[in-house]
Design a protein around this ligand. Structure first.
Ligand code: IVH
Length: 790
């Protein structure tokens, strides 16, 4: 075989395989290979076709990427007109339709007692997209067209080819020579949301709903744009056909599916009008969970001969009907914009709307997210807006109807004072940091500076403090928190711990037992783990995970409270932004008072302990230099500097000549370093961080010193259980004097565990990991052996 033949064979095999995967994925809903495998095959085909352009054919799966842009669309005449459907909104409309079908087919419609002949209907969802016609000649897709006015549409062949689930070639065999497939092109909800995010980020136009997005994407002169949009196709019928097809609507769709044409997986056959109504209700209930928008269901007389007998009137068939659902979008008036204050003080705009029914639910409020969203929508009070309630239950304001803006429309202003407490509202520019360097982004948040003096923030803070994953105070629900704050009994989380029986029992809804239960629940919550407590404080950006990381690494509240932002950035997944939030929280005087009050009122933390040795080992001199983000000093430069000067002080003091001797440190970098440390603020800051690393026992030198000479250098010991011959503090001191680190938890890195009576989980863990274990006596012998005087 020649090379070209081998390539042709492989290309053929790859196309067949990709087509089969596509078919399994889009038509049968049974993906057969992971996406990565599909991509690999696809790239292989692309590469082969690039080498052999003469072997590229229009139906190759690579040809979906979009060809040349057009200057205008050509015209397409529909040999069989593309019709529309009559609508039913009420159950009675559907019953009347059924009776007229029975009449048209000469069947008895029954009497008051029922008993008429039952007509078979195919039931399909009514997808909310746009109708297209796909023409297949000898199994090859040769043309795609829009519906247009029903008799003439636009030629959108290049665009439909880019739709992933449109078969470029029919599968199997037996298809008629000429087959015109009709159906809906639509955009699934998830793809629509993603597209709008992308569009907003790139400053492009956002779409009001998936239907508009589908229409806008399909009618693009540049098919590459269409290719980049998440469109899908679903077939519901045929137009021109040169041969025979199955004699029923359902049979025909199933035949098309066998040829690789996607059809709805909600397709059902109903016998009689009652089953149609059951289908309508069932789909209606699942509507919000479907991955695409639908505006109703379509019933079609199943028997095609019966369809022909029933015929058409003007542009709608007598044999089919659309039973519509309540609209997912409605117009209403924006009466006002009010502002809500959240736990962290964020002031967010909320739309107050003239109540309107959307998809069966009355909507009077909608979140506007933030002021950037208000600006993006160009919203003014008094505007008529489009409200949409779709995939989720929260209604959204999608668009302003600009033409309906009244003359007295008012702009939306963020209040200068907090609507709840009257404190100032401050604007914070959202800052994005890349590699520690701040770049302001467009977003901004407004915050009430009142903190716990603001009733709204206080309530939210207490609700969070008491929540299940925080202090877990059972029975302290939102309504009770509101009362406690509104009556002035509680002005900070610390006040919960001094609530007296008489105060609580006097509240609405409280009796003797419920009062005692609440007070006991508060008391029971007073011994939280360090991690829960940190989470409960509600530090901005500190969720449960970060709280756990903080507790595990730093070990004590005291250390967490004083940690500098730069030191916190040694934690996994903590950037300078979050680190600064944490630092600022603890630096805040009011927060300090609350924490002091909590501790004074009996809150005691569990699981406090030592600095985690693994965390302690993160701080190295080159890493530290890198962290300072000195322009032009990258990781390798930092390595070289550390190697040459050995200490931070050495680097700070190094003069120009010294720096120029550092291998591979160019002039620009040397100058930048000098400029950086010539600024006394930078030098002081670096020294301050270094001092904290030393204090915490994280400093690179503290490790070095122990390594030099001491008998237990580099070892980590754990003390557990009760020591009877020597206090724990003394034991710890002795071990540290020998160069060991004493840690609070056992890991594979632990060298030895000293276990006194009552030792529990740490001992078990040591045994499990095969870590050496000594009882107290053996420990003393060991110490003696190392020359320790006892
Ligand atoms: S049948 C003669 N079936 O609704 C039958 N149409 O209002 C003509 N549509 O233009 C169409 N889902 O864009 C049919 N399962 C479905 C449909 C459907 C959505 C759209 C289609 C049509 C419009 C008619």
């Amino acid at each position: 075989m020649t090379d070209a033949q081998t390539a042709a064979n492989r290309i053929h095999a790859l196309r067949a395989e990709l087509d089969a995967h596509n078919h399994r994925y889009y038509v049968l809903d049974e993906p057969s290979v992971p996406d990565a495998e599909y991509d690999r095959l696809f790239r292989e085909l692309q590469a082969l076709e690039a080498e052999h352009p003469e072997l590229v054919t229009p139906e190759s799966p690579t040809q979906r990427v979009g060809g040349e842009a057009l200057s205008e669309f050509g015209e397409v005449r529909h040999e069989v007109p593309m019709l529309s459907l009559g609508n039913a909104f009420e159950e009675e409309d559907l019953r009347a339709f059924d009776r007229s079908v029975q009449g048209g087919l000469g069947l008895s419609a029954g009497d008051l007692f029922g008993g008429g002949a039952e007509v078979e209907y195919s039931c399909e969802p009514k997808l909310d997209g746009l109708a297209v016609s796909l023409l297949y000649r000898n199994g090859q897709l040769v043309r795609g067209a829009t519906r247009g006015d029903g008799s003439t549409g636009e030629d959108i062949s290049s665009n439909v080819r880019t739709i992933r689930n449109v078969p470029l070639k029919l599968q199997g065999e037996g298809w008629p020579e000429l087959l015109e497939v009709r159906g809906e092109v639509y955009m699934p909800k998830a793809g629509f949301d993603e597209l709008n995010v992308r569009q907003a980020e790139s400053g492009g136009k956002t779409f009001a709903n998936p239907r508009n997005a589908a229409a806008g994407s399909l009618r693009q002169l540049d098919p590459k744009i269409t290719a980049s949009r998440p469109l899908e196709f679903c077939c519901y019928g045929v137009g021109q056909v040169s041969g025979e097809l199955p004699a029923t609507q359902v049979g025909m769709l199933q035949q098309l599916k066998a040829w690789g044409v996607p059809i709805s997986r909600e397709l059902k056959l109903a016998k009689g009008v009652e089953q149609c109504l059951a289908y309508y209700r069932d789909i209606g209930e699942r509507r919000m969970d479907l991955p695409y928008d639908i505006d109703g269901v379509v019933f079609k007389v199943n028997n095609i001969e019966d369809q022909q007998q029933l015929g058409f009137r003007a542009r709608t068939p007598h044999w089919a009907l659309a039973h519509k659902f309540p609209a997912q979008e409605e117009l209403t008036e924006l009466l006002d914009v009010e502002f809500q204050v959240g736990r962290t003080g964020a002031v967010t705009p909320v739309a107050r709307l003239k109540p309107v029914k959307v998809a069966g639910v009355t909507v009077a409020n909608a979140t506007l997210h933030n002021m950037d969203e208000v600006a993006r929508l160009g919203l003014m009070i008094g505007d008529t807006v489009i409200i949409r309630r779709a995939g989720d239950v929260i209604p959204q304001v999608m668009q302003v109807v600009a033409e309906r803006r009244p003359a007295d429309a008012r702009p939306v202003h963020i209040p200068e004072q907090c609507p709840v407490c009257g404190s100032a509202v401050e604007r914070t520019q959202l800052v994005k940091r890349s590699k520690g360097k701040a770049t302001t982004s467009e977003g901004s948040v407004y915050r009430c500076v009142g903190r716990l003096a603001c009733a709204a923030q206080l309530k939210q803070a207490i609700i969070h403090f008491a929540s299940r994953r925080a202090l877990d105070i059972e029975g302290l629900g939102d309504k009770i928190v509101e009362q406690l704050v509104d009556t002035g009994l509680v002005a900070s989380p610390a006040d919960l711990f001094t609530l007296a029986y008489d105060q609580v029992v006097a509240l609405e809804g409280f009796a003797d037992l419920s009062t005692r239960n609440l007070i006991n629940a508060i008391k029971d919550s007073s011994k939280p783990t360090l991690a829960r407590f940190i989470y409960a404080l509600g530090i901005p950006d500190v969720g449960e995970e970060t709280a756990k990381v903080l507790a595990r690494a730093l070990g004590s509240l005291a250390r967490i409270r004083k940690a500098l932002p730069e030191v916190l950035t040694y934690l996994p997944d903590v950037g300078l932004e979050v680190a600064s939030e944490i630092h600022n929280f603890f630096a805040d005087e009011h927060n300090q008072q609350v924490i002091e009050a909590l501790l004074a009122r009996g809150l005691s933390l569990q699981e406090e302990g030592d600095l985690n040795p693994e965390f302690a080992a993160c701080a190295t001199l080159p890493g530290f230099i890198d962290k300072l983000n000195i322009p032009f000093i990258a990781a390798t430069g930092a390595e070289k500097l550390a190697a040459k000067f050995g200490t931070l002080e050495g680097i700070i003091k190094a003069d120009w000549l010294d720096l120029r001797q550092v291998e591979r440190l160019n002039e620009k970098a040397a100058k930048s370093l000098r400029d950086f440390f010539d600024n006394p603020a930078n030098a002081q800051r670096a020294a301050l961080i270094e001092a904290q690393l030393r204090e915490f026992g994280m400093h690179w030198e503290s490790e070095k010193k122990t390594i030099e000479g001491l008998p237990l250098a580099g070892q980590t010991w754990v003390l557990t259980g009760t020591l009877e011959l020597m206090s724990r503090d003394v034991a710890k001191e002795k071990l540290e004097a020998l160069g060991a680190k004493v840690a609070g938890s056992v890991s594979a890195r632990t060298h030895c565990v000293v276990a006194g009576p009552g030792a529990g989980s740490k001992l078990a863990k040591a045994n499990e990991l095969g870590v050496r274990v000594l009882d107290e006596e053996a420990f003393l012998v060991e110490l003696k052996g190392l020359g320790v005087a006892l």
